[in-house]
Design a protein around this ligand. Structure first.
Ligand SMILES: *Cc1c(COP(=O)(O)O)cnc(C)c1O
Length: 397
């Protein structure tokens, strides 16, 4: 008879037969036991056909990877601990010292700060381009350009770029002998806003699509995760090997939360989209506001491209205040909101807002507006209550 401490660990547990629940089970592991040394030696860690170690995947994370690949219309998916980690993984997997990365001037901020800090330390050059001007991208591509980031729409300011035109610029650059990087320039789209629902990243020509699953797929404002999806097996191998080397695992419990969120995602996307359009159109008519930025509004930059390429518009809009309204007044407006809470992130149940100092965030072209900007993220509250909340805040200005 073994000691109790041993018996408690080597317990003859088998999962219940006939227990066919709707949700996939949560498998958790660091160690995964091999039946023999021969099995351990012949494990296939290159193709995710088996399990080797929790960091490299469990049945729960593989299930989520398959569903995210399906959502995006891609073949391969790699999960990482945050949306930012998805951006960073693509950078690390593809870029070597001497290579160049191109980032839109209106990209998600931490994408650019990682490039300006770590990538610069590692000898990788970063250039910013005007996402609304494919000719600017064409002029900046060169023999060192290995990776071109795309984002649709721009973070905070929501300009919708001509994605097929930007992709065409990169493809034609790659096709000109002697002009392109020996391995070609790859396009990677930050698809967090579209979430795989508003448009298909691969139909529009991207090589890689990353998402912050933190946003729509989770939907709960309670989990951080990211994904990297591609159809290209060679790119997938670069991403997969880098992923294994850097130790970017995700936990089974977090994967469970995202799997649970996925089932209601399309409904949430549509509901938040409708409420956002309603609020954006109303706010545009308010006397304190110089402009509302939202790609479905006809005056918003890139509206034509959005209309051509998208079937949805997510839950974000930004308001530019008239120049006579000071930043102090705008701060007071934000402080006076009751339902819109002050905080980062979006696509959760609760509405949020944040002000940004736009002129400091642009290097390619000066920011065209004088007044301050507030970005709103619309949650799942009743739209009439949200409108009343903004109206009472405006009345205090
Ligand atoms: C939030 C966000 C990210 C980063 O996601 P985290 O999970 O918060 O790291 C990346 N890109 C975009 C466009 C985002 O909105």
């Amino acid at each position: 008879m073994s000691e109790l401490s041993t018996t408690l660990i080597h317990h003859p547990y088998t999962p219940p037969a006939g227990f066919k629940a709707i949700s996939p089970p949560v498998y958790k592991a660091s160690t995964i036991i091999f039946p023999s040394m021969a099995a351990l030696r012949s494990r296939d860690w290159k193709h995710k056909t088996g399990y080797t170690y929790g960091l490299h995947g469990t049945p729960t994370t593989f299930t989520l990877e398959e569903r995210i690949a399906t959502l995006e219309g891609g073949k391969f998916c790699t999960l990482v601990p945050s949306g930012l980690a998805a951006v960073v993984l693509v950078d690390m997997a593809l870029l070597k010292a001497g290579d160049e990365v191109l980032i839109p001037d209106n990209a998600y901020g931490p994408n650019r700060t990682f490039a300006e800090a770590e990538l610069a330390f590692w000898g990788i050059i970063c250039q910013f381009y005007d996402a609304m001007n494919p000719a600017d991208l064409a002029a900046k591509l060169n023999q060192k350009s290995r990776l071109v980031w795309l984002e649709a729409p721009g973070s905070i300011t929501l300009e919708f770029p001509d994605l097929p035109a930007l992709v065409a610029v990169v493809k034609s650059h790659n096709a000109s002998p002697g002009q392109a990087h020996p391995e070609g320039a790859v396009t990677a789209l930050d698809n967090t806003w579209g979430a795989g629902l508003a448009f298909n990243a691969f139909t529009l020509g991207a090589d890689i699509s990353v998402q912050a699953l933190t946003k729509y797929p989770s939907g709960g404002a309670d989990v951080l995760m990211g994904s990297v999806v591609t159809n290209n097996e060679a790119l997938q191998q670069l991403i997969h090997f880098c992923h294994m080397r850097v130790g970017y695992g995700v936990s089974g419990n977090d994967a469970e939360l995202v799997l649970r969120g996925l089932s209601s995602m399309a409904l949430r996307y549509a509901a938040q989209d409708a409420a956002t359009r309603q609020l954006a159109a109303w706010l545009q008519t308010q006397p304190q506001i110089a402009a509302v930025l939202h790609p479905a509004l006809p005056d918003s930059p890139g509206h034509t491209q959005w209309k051509r390429d998208c079937s949805g518009a997510a839950c974000l809009f930004s308001a530019v205040f008239k120049p006579e309204i000071t930043q102090l007044q705008i701060d007071r407006f934000c402080d006076s909101l009751q339902l819109f809470k002050l905080g980062y992130s979006w696509a959760g149940p609760m509405s949020l807002c944040v002000t940004y100092d736009m002129p400091k965030l642009r290097v390619v072209k000066p920011w065209p507006w004088q007044g301050g900007l507030v970005r709103f993220s619309v949650g799942l509250e009743a739209v009439a209550d949200l409108q009343a909340d903004i109206a009472q805040g405006l009345a205090r200005l």
